[in-house]
Design a protein around this ligand. Structure first.
Ligand SMILES: *[C@@H]1O[C@H](CO)[C@@H](O)[C@H](O)[C@H]1NC(C)=O
Ligand SMILES: *[C@@H]1O[C@H](CO)[C@@H](O)[C@H](O)[C@H]1NC(C)=O
Length: 339
């Protein structure tokens, strides 16, 4: 692919999609339940991203007190009852139909007494979704990501957490401007009640929002405009035992969902190192097959932008100089203004 072709491909993809987004509809095992914001907290940030730098007018920073559930989020009317193995997704709002920003998606939960009122304090990561299609530096900017073109951020309810109420925080992070400190965070919180489990305490390590993310974190101060074909460090803490990891740091294992084993495996770091070498993420005895069916995942065909040998190869593996990268990232963001 020539440079012009590469740019056209990127911009062409971008122009056909909804660039900015937020989430307001709940999917339970792939079916919508309730209407807009029935179970998902309404916030006042529209579809604007949260950013560390060049914060859009009216938006906030990841260091803001409202980072957990987005600006001014208020309690939703209902709490959805779920059980281990359920697939829960937060679907895009405003008619958007596909995430087309390159980057990871993650789900955190915070135990609360009253999911309609409480803000949540200790956030545990129960799911992370990384790269599902191994490819070239070019595809790392687009279709390599598991979340690419999907209309919701989803995870699986773990069997390892106690029954009770939680806030469930869905997050997609757009990395196209991250090389310049401008990672984009799209977050919304659902209100859930977990039933049917026997655990009496939370496994794994909790973090605080704000606090868990800093501008200098390797996972957030990351350039996908270089020659990298992988994403070795996921943002935030490890996925808790019983949580799930989709894809891997390099996409070598394809679109696989693996359950983090019982407290022995350090998920994020292990997945990063191992999958970069082509091995699957943690030991993952796929414990949730016992508690529920694996979610069905339909995938588009393998990426069309993966590097091919020959004259197209150089373009596809192109490393953009800083100024060109900034221009491309800005063009991607300019699409937002048109919505
Ligand atoms: C991001 O990384 C670059 C290159 O290593 C460094 O110069 C810059 O200070 C980092 N940004 C932050 C916010 O730490
Ligand atoms: C492009 O990058 C991929 C992944 O690093 C590599 O396998 C491939 O050989 C490269 N293609 C060319 C033409 O350099």
């Amino acid at each position: 692919m020539k440079t012009a072709g590469t740019l056209a491909a990127i911009l062409g993809l971008v122009s056909s999609v909804s660039a900015h987004y937020t989430f307001d509809k709940l999917l339970l095992n792939d079916k919508q339940v309730g209407g807009d914001n029935t179970y998902i907290r309404k916030h006042s940030n529209g579809y604007m991203p949260i950013k560390f730098k060049n914060i859009p007018s009216g938006s906030i920073s990841p260091l803001d007190a409202d980072f957990a559930c987005n600006k001014g989020a208020t309690g939703a009317a209902q709490v959805i009852t779920v059980k281990a193995g359920d697939k829960i997704g937060l679907r895009q709002a405003f008619g958007a139909n596909g995430i087309q920003h390159p980057g990871p998606s993650q789900i955190y939960i915070a135990p609360v007494n009253d999911a309609k009122k409480d803000k949540g304090s200790d956030w545990y990561k129960i799911h992370q979704s990384l790269i599902c299609r191994q490819g070239s530096p070019e595809s790392l900017r687009t279709t390599a990501w598991c979340s690419w073109d999907e209309n919701n951020v989803w995870g699986i309810i773990p069997a390892t957490i106690p029954n009770g109420q939680y806030l469930l925080r869905a997050e997609h992070i757009g990395l196209h401007g991250a090389h310049d400190g401008q990672a984009e965070f799209y977050v919304s919180c659902a209100q859930i009640q977990v039933t049917g489990n026997t655990a009496t305490s939370m496994p794994g390590t909790a973090v605080k929002f704000p606090g868990a993310y800093q501008a200098g974190d390797a996972a957030l101060n990351f350039s996908l405009w270089g020659r990298s074909t992988s994403y070795l460090v996921a943002p935030g803490p490890d996925v808790i035992p019983g949580g799930t990891i989709r894809g891997s740091a390099s996409g070598a294992g394809g679109d696989k969902l693996q359950t983090v084993g019982g407290g022995k495996v350090s998920s994020s770091s292990t997945s990063g190192t191992k999958s970069a070498e082509g091995s699957p993420v943690p030991s993952a005895a796929a414990t949730h097959t016992a508690s529920g069916a694996l979610p069905s995942v339909s995938l588009p065909a393998a990426t069309a932008t993966a590097g091919k040998p020959g004259k197209e190869g150089k373009g596809c593996n192109r490393s953009y100089p800083r100024r060109a990268a900034a221009a491309l990232a800005a063009r991607i963001d300019a699409e937002h203004a048109e919505q």
